[in-house]
Ligand binder design. Structure first.
Ligand code: AMP
Length: 282
C-alpha cells in the first residue's frame, strides 16, 4: 500500500497505472473507518487492479462547525484496516492540497431539487461542499469506477448528477448499507454516542423496518406520523422522516403500490445526527 499526501504526485502515479492498462477504483472517505467503508474497498479491489482510498475530513461540507470539530479521527487504525482490506493507494491530503485557493469559492453546482429536499434542506450548503470535494478528488484520481454507500442515499444521487454535470467518464457503484447486529447502520458518528444513545439509536432502523412492513397503497402520512412518535419515544429529535420517490426523493403522499419508494430518516440523539434509509417494495 502506497501513501500519497500530494495531489500532483498521486495523479502522475495513477497516470502510469492507466497507461499500463489498470482500471482504477476509488473510495472517498472521511476516515474513522468501519466495516461499511471496508465493504466498499473490497468491492473495488475485487473489480479493479488499483484501488485508491482517500481520507479527508472535508471542511466545506460541514454546515455545523461543532460537528466538524468533533468528527472522529483514528488514522493509525484506519491505515491498518486499509492494508488488510486490499487498498493499493491511500490519499491523505491536507486542506491546502484540496483547496489551494482557499475555502471560499464562487463555483456553484446546479443540483436542482436535490438541494431543496431532505439533507439539502436541513444542511444548507452541505451538498455544494460534497460536490466541491468530489469535483477535485475525481479530477486528481481519475477513476473508472467510484464506490459509495447507499447509507448516504441522497449523496449518491448528488454525485451521480455531478458526474453528468462535469461529463466525467466514471461509473458510480452504490453499495449496500452495512449494519451492526442490532440493525444500526454503521457510521463513524456512532462512536460519539454514549451507552444510552447507542441503545436508543437502534430506533432508526426499527422505524425503517416498521415502514417497510406497513407500507400499503393509499395515504402515507399516518405512517410518517407514527414513525416520528416512535423516534421521539427513543429520545430522538427528528429532522425528517420521509417516504419518497426512490428516483427523485420527492415525498409521496399517496402511494399507487407500484412507484419505487425509499424511506429516509435524519434525527439527533443528543448532539449526534444520524441518517439512514431503506428502499420499500410490497
Ligand atoms: P464517510 O466516511 O462517512 O464520508 O463515508 C465514506 C463512504 O462510505 C460513503 O460513500 C458512505 O456512503 C459509505 N458508508 C458509510 N457508512 C456505510 C455503511 N454503513 N455501509 C456501507 N457504506 C457506508
Amino acid at each position: 500500500m502506497i501513501l500519497f499526501k500530494k495531489a500532483a504526485a498521486l495523479t502522475t502515479h495513477l497516470q502510469q497505472c492507466r497507461t499500463s492498462g489498470a482500471s482504477i477504483g476509488f473510495v472517498p472517505t472521511m476516515g474513522a473507518l468501519h466495516q461499511g467503508h471496508i465493504s466498499l474497498i473490497m468491492a473495488s479491489a475485487a473489480a479493479n487492479p488499483v484501488t485508491v482510498v482517500s481520507i479527508f475530513v472535508n471542511p466545506a461540507q460541514f454546515n455545523d462547525p461543532k460537528d466538524f470539530e468533533k468528527y472522529p479521527v483514528t488514522l493509525e487504525k484506519d491505515l491498518e484496516l486499509l492494508a488488510q482490506a486490499g487498498a493499493s493507494i491511500v490519499f491523505l491530503p491536507s486542506v491546502a492540497e484540496i483547496y489551494p485557493d482557499g475555502l471560499s469559492s464562487p463555483v456553484h453546482y446546479d443540483l436542482g431539487r436535490l438541494e431543496q429536499l431532505l439533507e439539502g434542506k436541513y444542511r444548507p450548503g452541505h451538498f455544494q461542499g460534497v460536490c466541491r470535494v468530489m469535483d477535485r478528488l475525481l479530477r486528481i484520481v481519475g477513476p473508472a469506477h467510484l464506490y459509495m454507500g447507499q447509507k448516504d442515499y441522497q449523496q449518491c444521487m448528488v454525485v451521480e448528477r455531478l458526474i453528468k454535470l462535469l461529463n466525467l467518464p466514471v461509473q458510480l457503484h452504490t453499495c449496500p448499507t452495512l449494519r451492526e447486529a442490532d440493525g444500526l447502520a454503521m457510521s463513524s458518528r456512532n462512536t460519539r454516542l454514549d451507552e444510552r444513545g447507542r441503545q436508543n439509536a437502534t430506533g432508526i432502523s426499527a422505524v425503517l423496518r416498521f415502514i417497510q412492513r406497513s407500507i400499503a397503497p393509499g395515504a402515507t402520512q399516518s405512517l410518517v406520523d407514527t414513525s416520528i412518535e416512535m423516534l421521539e419515544a427513543n429520545d430522538f429529535r427528528v429532522d425528517y422522516v420521509s417516504i419518497a420517490d426512490a428516483q427523485t426523493l420527492e415525498p409521496v403522499q399517496q402511494w399507487n403500490g407500484r412507484q419505487p419508494l425509499v424511506a429516509l430518516v435524519a434525527a439527533f440523539q443528543r448532539e449526534v445526527r444520524l441518517i439512514d434509509n431503506m428502499t420499500l417494495s410490497r
